[in-house]
Design a protein around this ligand. Structure first.
Ligand code: 2HA
Ligand code: ZN
Length: 274
């Protein structure tokens, strides 16, 4: 099969375009990666033209030999749907999880996303927890970024405030949201900080920058980003009307919700407010 005919590639392209249409990917902002299933890689192998091995920049032994579909560094999400062979690429990791090579796409000398270290370290953490996790998504979500200027950069505060803004939130992300303070993007230090949070959460906020989401498939991962960002939008709107709430969802309301929806909500997020 041709790479572009494969369902996982079509799903990837659709998700990138969905993100563009949400307004989360100005210029070359954001990046997306998918850990390809062995049978999916096999189904498109006839189109592979492997390039040179290059260092990843981090060490991800648990991902040795795996294939990833990734967006390209400096590529625009806006162009993924019209120029997929230039905007995205399939990479293979070596047997030690130290080097990668491009086997398809990123035509014209492209390279994988500048956030490849964070993507792969997050994939490694998630795969160890649950083999079903395959998608890592980074977006410049406007309202969440705005909140990083006015809320304390604490997991407990972001989680609780987002949960309160939409009843579905604690059901969609019951483990909560982690927050990475401002750091230089693109390297191994921010990759380590983010993947540490991914041990606990499926969502990490990068202060003054954006968000990372992890999930099992494109629908769940896009849906997670979308739900969190919508909740952030409601909070921005609420704070724009007045600084306090007349009423909200209480800690006991959350406990009742947890029972009926069969989710566990950590008590650290259900603190009493003054
Ligand atoms: O430009 O979003 O974080 C890609 C990015 C870097
Ligand atoms: Zn970014």
């Amino acid at each position: 099969m041709k790479v572009l005919d494969a369902e996982f590639v079509q799903g990837f392209i659709r998700m990138a375009d969905d993100g563009w249409q949400q307004g989360w990917h100005e210029r070359n902002g954001g990046n997306l990666s998918y850990r390809v299933k062995p049978e999916e890689a096999d189904s498109v192998k006839e189109s592979f033209a492997p390039g040179e091995w290059k260092p990843i920049g981090v060490f991800v032994p648990e991902l040795a030999g795996e294939y990833f579909l990734v967006t390209g560094s400096g590529k625009y999400f806006r162009n993924v749907i019209i120029k997929p062979e230039e905007s995205i690429g399939l990479i293979e990791l070596d047997g030690r999880g130290e080097n990668y090579r491009i086997v398809w796409g990123l035509a014209g000398g492209g390279v994988p996303t500048s956030e490849l270290p964070t993507h792969l370290m997050n994939h490694e953490v998630k795969k160890k927890q649950n083999e079903k996790y395959r998608v890592i998504y980074h977006a410049h979500t406007t309202n969440m970024i705005a909140l990083t200027f006015v809320l304390p950069l604490k997991d407990e505060v972001f989680t609780r405030e987002l949960w309160e803004m939409a009843t579905e939130c604690p059901v969609v992300f019951p483990d909560g949201v982690g927050v990475v303070p401002w750091m230089v993007p693109g390297g191994s230090r921010i990759a380590e900080a983010t993947s540490e949070l991914m041990k606990t959460y499926d969502l990490a906020v990068w202060a003054h920058h954006g968000m990372f989401a992890a999930g099992e498939d494109f629908d769940l991962t896009f849906g997670l980003m979308h739900t969190a960002e919508k909740s952030a939008e409601i909070l921005v709107k609420m704070l724009s009307m007045r600084p306090d709430k007349l009423q909200t969802i209480s800690p006991d309301n959350f406990r009742d919700l947890a029972k009926d929806f069969h989710v566990t909500l950590p008590e650290k997020f259900l603190y009493e407010k003054q």
